[in-house]
Design a protein around this ligand. Structure first.
Ligand code: NAD
Length: 475
């Protein structure tokens, strides 16, 4: 599919473009070429969106749940029917291999399908009271929601927030990332095609700081949900304190992977290496700090390096590509600095360690024996870099895993049940994967602890974040 260029805003049920708005260049990261110009929302656009959301909210909240559910089902159907075309847009804007991109569209559809059903079973509860009295607890839509989503999974992360919020009966104003507009506009088109009423869902690209200040600065917005970096999350939390808006913050991590000496090393490596380089490592739960029992450490790094060197890097639209470019110019620059810092402090670069190609490519990289004071051991790389260090025993492994302020995901590979149970209890993370990377899905609460943020997305918990709890007492 060729890349579409009619990029627009979706406000109050209408598509808006031109009319003197500033524009942002959309770049294909595989070539660094500009492929489109994106109109950016003005303050007047945002005011219009806020007013439309306020007006639309009561009608959607009071729409019978069967009808809301059927609308969400239609969104999912539309996404699945157009997955190939939408996936191609995503790859051209973000770089990931097109198979991964199409998979992302199906993942987004699964969010709409799942919340369409979950909302039907959103029972409250009845408290025990004397005869003739009733006290009930029920959940109601929180109101107008503002969502801010990043460019690494622009379709899936948007759907995760929007499906739950719409199911709950909220009106939503979404600001997706400016790097990947066409694929998120395709989600808006699916929502429009499903017949969502005017003003219930709106999509505004714009200068992030201006848009977030304006939307969060309005008391029309009652809930803010953000996925992105820790500094921006903290900034939005300060903004939300003015109007006391509820917040969900998913702020990334630096996931440890503990590998014990009782595993089948070849099978484990065959699983770990593709996971590391999925979406070029631009994944908030990307396995990054490989902490390996000292008995198998040398074999581990050798096997990891060999497999890393074989990862096929290229344009995501090419079927043979296993890893595409990074999503924007900032990423290879950041990775380059992290790798050079590690190199200068004596770490060994066992694979990759340099840029490649014309676009924003950085080669799949393995760094071994980086000291704990290197930047890469302390800052989320958000790119195709793995680091490896040995551990001596379970306590040492846990100490290394838990030493950072992040706590999104942690992984461990062992066949020892006792060790697995202790790891499940002691790893400081919102999600723990033991012999598994399957930690995210429509039915699964996903969220972090410590600097990785708070609040869950997905599952029943994801629905609750777009609701308020009300107790009604009758004497
Ligand atoms: P960034 O911190 O500038 O932006 C991160 C995201 O927040 C982007 O989507 C951006 O559009 C948005 N953003 C930035 N400033 C904002 C503001 N004032 N108001 C609202 N939204 C705002 O960094 P970046 O260069 O885009 O990404 C770098 C880092 O962000 C990565 O290293 C990673 O740590 C983090 N990140 C995390 C996730 C995640 O899934 N948790 C996704 C993308 C980026």
């Amino acid at each position: 599919m060729t890349y579409q260029t009619d990029l627009k805003l979706f406000i109050d049920g209408a598509w808006r473009a031109g009319e003197g708005r500033d524009c942002h260049a959309v770049i294909n990261p595989a070539t660094a070429a500009t492929i489109a110009e994106l109109p950016l929302a003005t303050e007047a656009d945002l005011d219009e969106a806020l007013a439309a959301a306020k007006k639309a909210f009561p009608g959607w909240r009071d729409t019978p749940v069967d009808k809301r559910s059927a609308t969400l089902r239609k969104v999912a159907k539309h996404l699945k029917e157009n997955a190939k075309d939408i996936g191609a847009l995503l790859t051209q804007e973000q770089g990931k291999p097109v198979k991964e991109a199409i998979g992302e569209v199906y993942g987004a559809a699964s969010m709409f399908d799942w919340y369409a059903e979950e909302i039907k079973r959103d029972y409250g509860r009845t408290l025990v009271r004397p005869v003739g009295q009733r006290s009930i607890v029920q959940h109601q839509a929180v109101g107008v929601v503002a969502t801010f989503t990043p460019w690494n999974f622009p379709i899936y992360l948007l759907a995760k927030k929007v499906a739950a919020a719409l199911a709950a009966g909220c009106a939503v104003i979404s600001k997706p990332p400016e790097e990947t507009p066409a694929c998120t506009l395709a989600v808006a088109k699916a929502i429009e095609a499903a017949g969502i009423p005017q003003g219930v869902f709106q999509l505004v690209h714009g200068v992030p700081d201006m848009v977030s200040r304006h939307l969060i600065g309005s008391d029309i917005v009652r809930k803010v949900s953000f996925t992105g970096s820790v500094p921006v999350g903290k900034h939005l939390m300060k903004l939300a304190s003015e109007n006391l808006q509820r917040l969900t913050l998913e702020l990334g991590g630096h996931a440890p992977v503990l590998v014990f000496d009782d595993v089948d090393l070849d099978k484990t490596l065959d699983m770990l290496v593709p996971q590391k380089f999925r979406n070029a490592g631009q994944v908030c739960v990307s396995p990054t700090r490989f902490t390996v029992h000292e008995k198998i450490y040398d074999d581990f790094v050798q096997g990891f390096a060999e497999r890393t060197a074989k990862v096929q890097m290229g344009d995501g639209m090419d079927d043979t590509t296993q890893m595409g470019p990074l999503a924007n110019e900032r990423r290879p620059e950041a990775i380059e600095k992290l790798v050079e810092d590690a190199r200068s402090k004596g770490a060994k670069i066992l694979a990759g360690g340099e840029r490649g190609g014309n676009g924003y490519f950085y080669k799949p990289t393995l760094i071994a024996d980086a000291s704990l004071d290197t930047d890469i051991m302390n800052h989320e790389p958000f790119g195709p870099v793995a680091v490896a260090r040995p551990f001596s025993d379970l306590d040492d492994a846990l100490e290394q895993a838990n030493r950072l302020p992040f706590g999104l995901a942690a992984f461990a590979f062992t066949n020892d049940l006792k060790t697995a149970n202790i790891l499940g209890d002691r790893l400081e993370a919102g999600m723990v994967g033991i012999n598994s990377f399957a930690i995210s899905g429509a039915d699964t609460p996903f969220g972090g602890v410590k600097d990785s943020g708070f609040g869950s997305e997905g599952g029943k918990e994801g629905l609750r974040t777009y609701q308020v709890t009300k107790a009604i007492h009758m004497g």
